[in-house]
Design a protein around this ligand. Structure first.
Ligand code: NI
Length: 135
């Protein structure tokens, strides 16, 4: 894809703080950092305007918890149209990690993730949202 150069004027203290941030995040240069920040803004906008997004939902749960595995399977079948894949890892004697890959309208992905995270026995859950549109 063709790239375009443009100049930006910034207050001195802002660029000083930005350069410090760039170093702490290990960006090789300002351009790469700015590209990522712009993409992040566009992905946030995609979520706000309920566009199709990809979601990676991580949950850690106790598989001894009565009925939880059944409830999880039940929910995943109810919302199969939002789920691309599920990876299950037996972490130790008690705990399981599930990585659920979702694709759909931002609100549907968020709502299903909230529902899963709120299940009794799910100890920790986190949704990461990304998009390939407009970025
Ligand atoms: Ni397991």
């Amino acid at each position: 894809m063709r790239t375009v150069r443009f100049g930006v004027s910034l207050p001195e203290n802002l660029i000083r703080n930005f350069d410090e941030w760039i170093r702490s995040k290990q960006y090789p240069n300002r351009s790469e950092a700015i590209r990522d920040l712009i993409r992040k803004a566009l992905i946030d906008e995609a979520v706000q305007s309920d566009q199709v997004v990809l979601g990676v939902l991580n949950i850690v749960y106790d598989h001894h918890k009565r009925a939880l595995s059944d409830e999880l399977a039940h929910l995943q079948h109810d919302y199969y149209h939002l789920i691309i894949s599920v990876t299950h890892v037996h972490l130790d004697h008690d705990n399981c990690l599930e990585v659920i890959l979702l694709k759909g309208k931002a609100r549907d992905v968020q709502r299903l993730s909230d529902k899963i995270i709120a299940l009794k026995g799910v100890k920790h859950g986190k949704l990461y949202v990304t998009s390939v549109q407009n970025v």
